[in-house]
Design a protein around this ligand. Structure first.
Ligand code: GLU
Length: 510
């Protein structure tokens, strides 16, 4: 990869709705490359398609990027030497390029109505040809290649509707190099004369994208695989506009695939399998439909960034946990794979769990204090932090801890039925009550004391510890599994343990 030019990359979303998590990955790879080479990360809003504009989408995109930890150097909020960074605000800049192409015979005016286009499509389909507006079909349409100069002038003066189309040559090979895919070769015979400037004077995606990448000095175009078919046209535009020397390097990223591996990860997959496909919650402004986000589901942004980085890119060793700084150091486009990356929900959980374990109990408490209080009223911070320390291993998300901790606040009234069925014998209740008395007599208070006394007690009764270990847990918490039992007893304190043993033995009757 030639890095003589300063690295300037852009993330160029269209504000047509919430940003898909795959889009966040695209932004992340751009960001990592920029930061690795001391370059510039640009956010450019591609809002030339006014019909698809969705209010709130741009703010959503910006907030999502911020949340994941992607910092923008130049963009609509930050400004910069190439402002404005919203294409709708750059509208007057594009026409000159389309007109220049016309004057050089590389583009043309087309006056065809919707009806004309529909007829053309039908005609070509009927003769089993590609229904494209191309180097052959354009000769039977209403454009400045077929109409006389006078008529063209007349139509323009009259204010007839028109678009400007690129005039692609016949039988020319378009070759370009993609950092991820290698050489791509396409014949212009398979391409159509795409519209560059629309009737309302707005550029299409293709013209605006190429003009802006050029004007903004973009060195690398890193974007999703769905844009690969547009790349040959973009290469032709660079050639026609005389900008080939400054053409950015292309890198088309592999798709994010469904967990089963077939097809692109969609919102429906997320709904079906219970995971978000958007970074943060989104409510559609027209339908009010809600889509859930990673942030609100309780994921840490560091975990999401780490997970996304590894969906398509592989480090040179087997390291899996990367801070953003480590990702920046390790990232390179040549380790991005061509084939699609399967989304793995268990891996997403795993990443989140790893990052939760890096937090202090006090940080975790701050994040979930309101959930605790909503469930159990005012609680003691130290008590809650100790519980967090005991339960964090058992959950994937911090927000699961309060529900899992219920028995630390509320005495159980139900006792796990399986354990009762399997482990309770006629003498179990009495053994548990005697154990309580034994703890009391020996004034157990810390986990080590509980453990030692428990062992001594079992020995004195001539029973194996396994006989009453699980009944003890169930009697005190109601649950078959949980944190280390003697820590749990010590935290609950002796009077509570005693009380629970009594209540359980009064309730569980064989
Ligand atoms: N506006 C395009 C999008 O929405 C940008 C594609 C590109 O990066 O060139 O994804």
């Amino acid at each position: 990869m030639s890095l003589e030019r300063p690295v300037r990359v852009r993330f160029a979303p269209s504000p047509t709705g919430p940003l898909h998590i795959g889009g966040v990955r695209t932004a992340l790879y751009n960001y990592l490359l920029a930061k690795k080479h001391g370059g510039t990360m640009i956010l450019r809003i591609e809002d030339t398609d006014q019909n698809r504009f969705v209010p709130g989408a741009e703010a959503y995109i910006r907030e999502s990027l911020k949340w994941v930890g992607i910092e923008i150097d130049e963009g609509p909020e930050q400004g910069g030497p190439h402002a404005p960074y919203r294409q709708s605000e750059r509208k007057p800049m594009y026409r000159q390029y389309a007109e220049r192409l016309i004057s050089e015979g590389l583009a043309y005016y087309a006056f065809d109505s919707e009806d004309d286009l529909e007829q053309m499509r039908k005609r070509l389909e009927a003769s089993k040809m590609q229904p494209a507006y191309d180097s052959i079909s354009r000769m039977s349409m209403k454009n400045s290649l077929t109409l006389s100069a006078d008529e063209v002038k007349e139509r323009l003066d009259r204010g007839d509707n028109y678009v400007i189309r690129i005039k692609l040559p016949r039988k020319e090979e378009v070759r370009f190099h993609d950092v991820i895919r290698g050489w791509v070769v396409v014949s212009t015979n398979t391409m159509d004369d795409k519209v560059l400037l629309k009737g309302d004077g707005m550029p299409t995606y293709h013209l605006a994208n190429v003009v802006d990448d050029y004007l903004m000095g973009i060195s690398h175009v890193i974007r999703g695989e769905e844009w690969l078919p547009s790349a040959p046209l973009h290469v032709m535009l660079y050639r026609f506009l005389g900008w080939e020397e400054n053409m950015p390097e292309f890198a088309h990223l592999p798709l994010l695939l469904k967990p089963e591996g077939n097809g692109k990860l969609s919102k429906r997959d997320g709904d079906r399998l219970g995971f978000p496909v958007f970074p943060i919650d989104w409510t559609d402004p027209t339908t009010n439909e809600k889509s859930s986000g990673y942030r609100e589901a309780g994921y840490y942004p560091e975990a999401v960034a780490n997970m996304l980085a590894l969906l398509g890119w592989h480090p040179s060793d087997n390291q899996e946990l990367f801070s953003m700084d480590e990702l920046i150091q390790a990232f390179s486009l040549d380790r991005v794979s061509k084939s699609g990356a399967k989304f793995d929900l268990n891996k997403a959980f795993w990443f989140n769990h790893q990052y939760m374990n890096k937090k202090s109990v006090s940080e975790i408490y701050d994040a979930i204090a309101s959930i605790f209080e909503g469930k159990f009223g005012t609680i003691d911070r130290n008590y809650a932090e100790t519980i967090i320390g005991l339960l964090r291993e058992k959950v994937q998300f911090a927000n699961e801890i309060p529900a899992a901790a219920a028995y630390f606040f509320v005495e159980p009234t139900k006792y796990d039925e399986d354990v009762v069925a399997k482990k309770w014998k006629p003498e179990t209740n009495q053994l548990l009550l005697d154990l309580g008395v034994y703890f009391q007599k020996n004034a157990a208070s810390n986990p080590a004391e509980y453990e030692q006394q428990f062992k001594n007690y079992c020995e004195s009764k001539g029973i194996k510890t396994g006989e009453i270990l699980q009944p003890l847990r169930v009697a005190v918490s109601g649950q078959p599994v949980g944190p280390p039992i003697f820590d749990m007893l010590a935290l609950l304190t002796l009077p509570v343990v005693m009380n629970r043993l009594t209540n359980c033995t009064n309730t569980v009757k064989l």
